[in-house]
Design a protein around this ligand. Structure first.
Ligand code: PEP
Length: 252
């Protein structure tokens, strides 16, 4: 069975509740014609209940943008994966490059969060970034492979069915300049090989890996036609519901 493509919007710290509802209504009307593509919308914690309610009865899935690795306790201001899952949210982005850079999330924290998400039946979309400082091809390979190994420590073979990886080169995020699709394919192939070495070939073959970084309707076809790219994680362009619906159409 082939890997079901994903088109995922990361709204980041944008949208009011009314805007979230209107967006989901607009998008739902279009994407229902493309059930082979999985549309996922990720929003701020305070929007999640609104988003889940608005998406009810559609095949749109909702994701959180982050969770903490503890389920409950005295951690003021943090968000419990258990509570997020209880809202009917299915996915959570873990280790987005903005979390890694602005909030100093380390590989170890990313791993703890991924494990906590899985324990609470949330599917982690684990973001792997690529620092602009990593210049030589060997250092580049080592950087990415190491992030995969660190992020997936302690994840069981069974749990791997719930995991999605997202490769987002830092310089492509928000820059308007997506990575060359052939080069992205090479990196995603390397990520899949790493997963094959860590787990087994079947798990690697079934794993969905996304590309993220300045994806828009103009370049999504070229990106999605790559063998190892199973979907896209989209920021700026997907703030517009028409663009998001167009991305789903083009990914189909
Ligand atoms: C992102 O932040 O995950 C992202 C891919 O952003 P953009 O599409 O704006 O580059």
């Amino acid at each position: 069975m082939g890997r079901r493509p994903i088109v995922m919007a990361n709204w980041k710290m944008n949208k009011l509740p009314d805007e979230a509802r209107a967006y989901i209504k607009d998008v739902a009307a279009v994407v229902q014609a493309y059930p082979d593509v999985e549309p996922i919308l990720a929003g701020q914690d305070v929007l999640l209940q609104t988003m889940v309610d608005a998406a009810e009865g559609t095949h749109i899935e909702i994701g959180a943008e982050n969770v903490y690795w503890k389920e409950e306790g005295a951690y003021t201001g943090e968000t419990s994966p258990k509570v997020v899952a209880s809202l009917g949210v299915q996915y959570v982005i873990i280790g987005h490059s903005e979390r890694r850079h602005y909030f100093r999330e380390t590989d170890e924290m990313v791993n703890l969060k991924a494990l906590a998400a899985l324990k609470n039946h949330l599917s982690p979309i684990i973001a792997l970034d690529e620092s602009i400082q990593v210049v030589s091809p060997n250092a580049h390979m080592h950087w990415i492979v190491n992030q995969v190994i660190e992020a997936l420590k302690g994840v069981t073979n069974d749990q791997m069915a719930q995991v999605v990886l997202a490769y987002e080169p830092t310089q492509a995020i928000g820059s308007g300049m997506a990575m060359n699709a052939d080069l992205a394919q090479k990196d995603l192939y390397m990520i899949r090989e790493t997963v094959s070495d860590m787990f087994n070939a079947e798990i690697a073959e079934n794993l969905r890996i996304l590309y993220g970084g300045s994806v828009k309707p103009e370049n999504v076809y070229e990106i999605m036609r790559q063998t190892d790219i199973d979907g896209v994680l989209v920021g700026n362009s997907a703030l517009d519901p028409d663009n998001f619906a167009e991305l789903v159409k083009l990914a189909h």
